[in-house]
Design a binder for this molecule. Structure first.
Ligand SMILES: [Zn+2]
Length: 158
């Protein structure tokens, strides 16, 4: 059953059997109209776009269709460049399966225009990162891009 299908009979409800290791998710995720264009620009052109709100003076990154402050429709898209600054970061010492990592890595909230992108920091020793550090997106080669945030390999110090 996909997420867009409606349940009309209670008997059609599903439940998760905790004895089963895999959760049976069969829905699809969509990034939405603005999200799709945002990721296509990264994939096809290696560019990061934002949408400014002329009422609020805020440029949203990732680009959005509507301003979350005043609900204005955001039709203008601007190339905000591929550089930002480290707004916040965390040092990762364990893998997803809670095993110790061979060497710690960095995840950062990178501020670009007035928005934040959460991503890996690369080419940066853990002890060298600082709040406000200028960074630049390192994109995967174009043929390896899939149209998602992973098309940016990591952000690296300038
Ligand atoms: Zn606004």
């Amino acid at each position: 059953m996909a997420i867009l299908e409606r349940i009309y009979r209670n008997i059609d409800n599903r439940y998760w059997n905790p004895g089963v290791k895999a959760f049976p998710v069969k829905n699809r995720y969509t990034a939405g109209v603005a999200g799709q264009r945002f990721f296509e620009e990264i994939k096809e052109n290696g560019k990061i776009y934002g949408t400014p709100c002329k009422n609020c003076g805020v440029t949203f990154v990732p680009a959005r269709m509507y301003c979350e402050r005043c609900f204005a429709r955001l039709d203008k898209w601007v190339d905000v460049g591929t550089e930002g600054t480290v707004f916040s970061f965390t040092v990762v010492h364990k893998t997803k399966s809670n095993e110790p990592k061979e060497s710690p890595s960095l995840i950062a909230a990178v501020k670009i225009a007035d928005g934040l992108l959460i991503h890996r920091l690369g080419k940066c020793p853990v002890d060298d990162v600082w709040i406000g550090m200028p960074v630049k997106a390192a994109f995967k080669p174009k043929k390896e891009r899939r149209g998602g945030i992973e098309d940016i390999k990591y952000f690296k110090p300038l």
